[in-house]
Each structure stands twice: as C-alpha cells, then as structure tokens.
Ligand binder design. Structure first.
Ligand code: PHE
Length: 336
C-alpha cells in the first residue's frame, strides 16, 4: 500500500495552486496520510518496522519534493497560468495625489452657487480687446484700463491675456438670452510685481445674474447666502466703489474676527477683509452684449480664489500656491 502511494506521488501533476495545496494537505497535512502512517508504525511487528519506516520516509521525501517542483513550475509558467504573481509578496505603496487648495476652494464656490441655480461657464485665457475691455464699458484710452495692468501678446495689441473672467460673461451674454445665472471660474493674468500678497496670475470666480427686475437687494442677499455657506455664520458689509462695468458698484468685506459668531475656520486675525467686487451691470454693457437694458437688469460680482484659499487655510504667502512644493501640497491630502 505504501509503495502504491509513493508511485502515485511521483506521477502526480497539477496546474493550479489550489490543486497543489490539496495535494499537500492530503499527504503532509496534520491529518494527512504521512501522519497516519507514522502513527501506524507502533503497531507494526518489530521485524518489519525498519522497512516500513524507510518506506514512510521515502513517501515523505517524494511528496515534499513534488510540491517544491510543482510550485517552481507554477512560478516560471506562462503568465496565463499565473495571472496574479506571488500572492504572498507585500504590496507596493500606492502614491495618492492631493487636490490643490485653489481647486478645493473653487469647487466649494461652484457647489454653493450651483445649489442656487447658477451654471458654470468658461472661456479662453487668450482674449481679444472687445471681450476683456471694450464690451465692458472700457473703450480704448479709458483711464480705468490701468486698473488692471495687462499682458499683451507682443505683435498684436488686440490680443491679450485676460485680466478678469468678466470676459467670459460677455461671451455668455452674447450667446444666451435672459434669464441668465452663471459663474465663470478661471485663471487670469496681470502684469504685477510678484510678492507674498500678489502674483502675475491668479484665479477668479465671477458671477452674473440677469433677469427682469433684478435689484441691488437681490445682489446683497445672494452674497450673504454665499459667505455664510463658505465661511460659516458671517457678517458682510458693502462699501461704495467703482468699476466701469457696474453701476452702482461696491466692494464686499467679510468680518474676520474672534468676537464674531463664526465657525472654526475663522479663528486668526480680526477685522474687515475685502473679498470681492460687485455691482449692478451697467446698461451699456447689457446693450453691448445684445441684451435690451430697457427690459432687463442684473448684477455681477467677482472674487479671487487664491486670496480666499489663503484666508481659509491661514497661508501667508500666495507664491506657495504656484511653486509646486510637495511639502506644501501634501498637507491637503485628506481634504476632498
Ligand atoms: N472684474 C472685476 C475684477 O477683476 C471684479 C468685478 C466683477 C467687479 C464683477 C464688479 C463686478 O476686479
């Protein structure tokens, strides 16, 4: 009987790890044949003990060697027979990226305005004079053009890097009829000295709302809804200001202080901080874009995402946002 087993073991062949494992358990497992035979040994008459013992050993060696060769064969085998490689090998560490703080804040802003019916619109970063300036009530030689130092594309004074995403709103008005509710996030460029507070490119979200009978009260309420959603319970104030494309115009400050009833995000620093510009769209702008200003009115606003990201994450230098320093970027890993 033992001889038969030895022959069977030598002739055995298997293609799958499961079959090899079943074979191993059958012979070498705790309740396997080998242990059974070893236990048998004490019942064997003395004169046969030696032969029997040798045969059991032979069976053990044969089974152990067979398993080793079969396993080796599996590893060297065709990839189709071994799709997953060595399943006992430790895994490679998986490198997960992190979202950029500007993207995080942009997405939050988009979420908030989406929830009150604003669509998202985009346009080109290389613009023409009409969409960036002239349509927005900034004709050639208008002094207010200097408010936004512009990068021109060398050979053509008509082509420039957009200085704000108001250009997208011009395009949107040219191609849509009211009611219009849209926000335009995007990168903008200004020829400014680079410092901790300002950069030659940054990101904006501008918003536009046009319909019959839109009032300044609608603007203020929309902005209050927005700052509460983004910063927590917050106070805002509107200061009179000037933009060529809105009339009246205002600057929006949010109160950033320990005393105010705000959530955990507003802990450091105190006082009123300017976060955006806004106003009622100038009737000239509506007419320039093919919307009848006798029938419709609307409001617009624009904010810098980078500045808001610096505030929310208490970062003191805007340059960190574009230096691609992994030590900085990795800190946003767990933030969706
Ligand atoms: N376009 C202005 C800027 O870039 C912001 C703004 C938008 C102001 C809409 C008023 C209304 O500074």
């Amino acid at each position: 009987q033992l001889r038969e087993h030895i022959e069977a073991v030598r002739a055995f062949s298997a293609e799958t790890p499961e079959a090899i494992e079943a074979f191993r358990i059958k012979y070498l497992g705790k309740k396997g044949l080998l242990n059974t035979f070893f236990q048998e040994l004490k019942n064997i008459p003395n004169d046969q003990k030696k032969d029997f013992g040798q045969a059991v050993n032979e069976l053990k060696v044969a089974a152990t060697e067979k398993i080793a060769t079969l396993r080796e064969g599996l590893q060297a085998g065709e990839p189709s027979e071994n799709l997953f490689g060595d399943l006992t090998r430790p895994g490679e560490p998986l490198l997960l990226g992190a979202r950029h703080p500007v993207s995080i804040v942009r997405n939050q802003i988009i979420d908030i305005f989406s929830s009150i019916g604003f669509t998202v619109s985009e346009g080109p970063e290389i613009e023409d004079d009409w969409h960036n300036f002239t349509a927005l009530n900034l004709p050639e030689h208008h002094p207010a053009r200097d408010m936004q130092d512009t990068f021109f594309i060398q050979t053509d004074p008509d082509i420039l890097l957009r200085t704000h995403t108001s250009s997208v709103q011009v395009r949107y008005m040219e191609n849509h009829t009211p009611p219009i509710r849209t926000i335009s996030p995007g990168r903008v460029y200004r020829n400014e000295a680079i410092s901790a507070r300002s950069h030659c490119f940054f990101h904006q979200v501008e918003g536009l709302y046009i319909d019959k009978g839109v009032s300044f009260a609608d603007l203020k309420q929309t902005l209050q809804y927005f700052t509460t959603a983004l910063f927590g319970k917050s106070k805002i104030r509107l200061r009179p200001s000037y933009f060529p494309f809105t009339e009246p115009s205002a600057e929006v400050d949010v109160y950033w202080g320990l005393e105010s009833e705000t959530d955990y995000r507003m802990t450091k620093g105190t006082g009123w901080l300017e976060i955006m510009g806004c106003g009622m769209v100038d009737p000239n702008v509506l007419d320039n874009c093919g919307i009848d200003s006798r029938e419709y009115s609307g409001f617009a606003f624009g904010m810098g995402i980078d500045r808001i990201a610096l505030l929310l994450y208490q970062v003191s230098d805007i340059r960190l946002l574009s230096e691609n320093d992994l030590r900085f970027l990795k800190q946003f890993k767990s933030i969706v």
